[in-house]
Design a protein around this ligand. Structure first.
Ligand code: BES
Ligand code: ZN
Length: 650
């Protein structure tokens, strides 16, 4: 029989507490399996939805933004007026989050008003407190600082065309406040309009309706009629061209890159159609993509109507488009049904990885999706091993990030543990029923926020008590480590790769015929995609390949000179730990330096620097030198991560 009870705060903390005291626990050892249900107990709800990363308050929320801004590339500042419409019946004071903003004037319903700036937290910034009883609008005139963490000002010399500078924003998680005074938390949604003035040589784009061409005035109008949270506010400015991909989608990039990008992303329309077929309508009108300079610290960012992308996925063979599937999937999981606070980040990312895999399976077949899932599983195991040593609490899906940077929650737990949990749920209830459930879930909670506990309540509706217990739902969500019933993704295509790895590791690198012994026939490797090569490289690494093995592999397959950034990063992360200096030392040195000097994607460069710092003194000194030379070209977010990494080493 199903047991339901209304969850009290004590029950939540007890759950979290007991769970955190356990290492990787088998479901059998889980706390008494009882379906958890959050009913309309308002104090419980308030606590779960309370955001530790914003000064703004529930009783005084905004509903709409009218943003007028001018972008000054010379001074590297944005000067703007943010006019906020307030929710009816709001409280007497309205609070906004700001960080490194110079607030010049505040108008309440059009008249100059008093305001206070309170607090100065290195993580959260300050509260802009505006007394505004009964007011309809608050207008804030302000200027950004050149240090604004959300903004990357990219000099013309570093762009592909070398003609015009580039600017892009990255608001997630709590950086919107460094370029727009806002209620910077995912629990507040608003619609927006904007007018942005830029130099007339460049085009401005936002997470909104977008122009496709430059105009002579350099003034662009935007509108986002669907309510979004602040972390999805985005602006990109540069020398950009547009190529439509179909009815609803297209790609913006520098003219030098846009054709390649359009080729690479040619299947975007199919992805949208597949996603809609599985989980319901795409609510955002168009789906366009903007290819950013290589310093973009992420693979992608799901800014609504305009996904931001790293250029490192444009490799020529479409092998890395699962990134598009991922960012597109966020149009449902994340942008439509949004984690209420960053404590529930897995609600955004775990669901999105799950959805990404489903799109990839539908479009490229189960064998391809299996490879992606196996790589996700490997990532999870690798990160878990470290986290279980260093920070066990961080291995639960539900997090308590109060006092911490929400960036700390961006790891394989939210993404890959979250994904595997949902895959287990699917396996347990059956795909048909599960898909029906997800369609219902996205529809019921569209344009709303979601906390883990409400999701569990919904989940309780689709599972029998027996299934719930078998999965060990609470253990998965509140427990640490990886439950033993985690589905293991087996991949046919990786069986071949793993055999190849074993063959290589069996070769004695000093033997006369070593090179041919370790060589895989072209018929085998010709069809290998990036994923197979990644598995191969990681397999060598995990299998304890020696410098001799790496030399053979490099000689046979030319990894050191690969034009594919995903392969380059994996390869160098592996060999930089060893004494092996590439099959051709010249290529090796130049490639490492030029890669780290131009690419700023954290997923690539952090492991490379880490590997170098694990090496001897010479290599550590080399890492420091490269970092000093390259730091200025990295995004503030990547700088932050790497500063911390290097500080640890000192
Ligand atoms: N929304 C994230 C990126 C993000 C998360 C930025 C948290 C800032 C804070 C985006 O959708 C993402 O997950 N990107 C991944 C893509 C990958 C998992 C396919 C990335 O950039 O690596
Ligand atoms: Zn994501």
């Amino acid at each position: 029989m199903k047991i339901r009870f209304s969850l009290s705060i004590a029950a939540v903390s007890a759950l979290v507490f007991t769970a955190c005291n356990q290492e990787t626990a088998a479901p059998a050892a889980a706390p008494q399996p009882t379906k958890v249900v959050v009913e309309a107990d308002t104090s419980v709800r308030a606590e779960l939805f309370e955001d530790p990363h914003s000064y703004s308050r529930e009783e005084s929320k905004v509903t709409h933004l009218n943003w007028e801004a001018a972008v000054d590339f010379e001074k590297e500042v944005i000067t703007a007026n943010a006019v906020w419409t307030l929710e009816e019946g709001h409280g007497d004071t309205v609070i906004f989050d700001i960080k490194d903003l110079q607030v010049n004037e505040v108008l309440v319903d059009g008249s100059r008003a008093l305001f206070a700036i309170e607090g100065d937290d290195p993580l959260l910034g300050s509260a802009l407190v505006v007394p505004a009883p009964g007011a309809k609008t608050i207008s804030i005139l302000y200027k950004t600082s050149p240090e604004a963490e959300a903004l990357q000002w990219y000099p013309a010399e570093l762009t592909q065309g070398k003609r015009q500078p580039f600017l892009f924003t990255q608001s997630q998680a709590i950086l919107a406040r460094t370029w727009v005074p806002c209620q910077d938390r995912p629990g507040v949604r608003f619609t927006y309009e904007a007018t942005v003035k830029v130099p007339k040589e460049v085009l401005a784009l936002m997470s909104a309706s977008n122009p496709t061409q430059k105009n002579d005035e350099g003034i662009y109008e935007f509108s986002m009629p669907q309510p979004i949270p602040s972390y999805l506010l985005a602006l990109g400015v540069g020398d950009l061209a547009f190529i439509p991909l179909g009815e609803r989608s297209g790609v913006y990039a520098e003219p030098e890159m846009v054709r390649n990008a359009a080729y690479e992303f040619a299947q975007t329309e199919d992805m949208i159609a597949d996603a809609e077929e599985m989980y319901g309508p795409y609510y955002w009108g168009r789906y366009d993509m903007l290819v950013l300079p290589p310093s973009f610290p992420f693979g992608g960012m799901e800014n609504p109507r305009l996904t931001f992308l790293t250029p490192t996925v444009v490799v020529g063979d479409m092998s890395l488009v699962s990134l598009i599937a991922h960012e597109l999937a966020h149009s449902w999981s994340g942008n439509l049904v949004t984690n209420a606070t960053w404590n529930d980040f897995w609600i955004n990312e775990g669901f999105t990885v799950y959805f990404e895999m489903r799109i990839m399976e539908k479009l490229y077949g189960v064998d391809f999706a299996d490879m992606l899932e196996a790589l996700s599983y490997d990532d999870l195991q690798k990160e878990l091993a470290v986290m279980l040593e260093e920070n066990v609490e961080a291995t639960s899906l539900k997090q308590d990030l109060k006092g911490k940077n929400p960036d700390d929650g961006v790891n394989a737990i939210a993404y890959d543990k979250g994904f595997h949990f949902l895959r287990l749920c699917e396996n347990t209830v059956g795909r048909e029923k599960w898909d029906e459930f997800l369609t219902y879930y996205f529809d019921k909670y569209k344009f709303k926020t979601m906390v883990t506990e409400v999701f569990l309540q919904e989940l309780a509706g689709v599972m029998t008590q027996e299934q719930w217990d078998k999965v060990g739902v609470e253990q998965w969500v509140y427990g640490t480590g990886l439950p033993v019933n985690c589905p293991f993704p087996a991949s046919n295509r990786f069986v071949v790769v793993d055999d190849a790895v074993a063959m290589m590791l069996n070769v004695d690198p000093d033997a006369a015929d070593a090179r041919s012994m370790a060589y895989l026939p072209q018929e085998t490797t010709i069809r290998w995609t990036t994923q197979e090569w990644l598995r191969y490289i990681r397999g060598l690494e995990a299998g304890g390949a020696t410098e001799g093995h790496y030399a053979l592999a490099d000689g046979n397959y030319g990894f050191s000179g690969s034009p594919n950034p995903e392969i380059v990063a994996a390869w160098y992360s592996a060999i930089l730990k060893t004494g092996f200096e590439g099959y051709d030392n010249d290529i090796y040195t130049k490639k490492v330096e030029s890669f780290l000097g131009s690419v700023g994607r954290r997923k690539f460069i952090v492991p490379m620097y880490q590997s170098m710092l694990e090496g001897d003194e010479k290599r550590q000194a080399w890492a420091k030198k490269i970092y000093m030379d390259s730091r200025a070209s990295y995004h503030p977010l990547a700088q932050g991560t790497l500063d911390a990494l290097f500080a640890e080493q000192m």
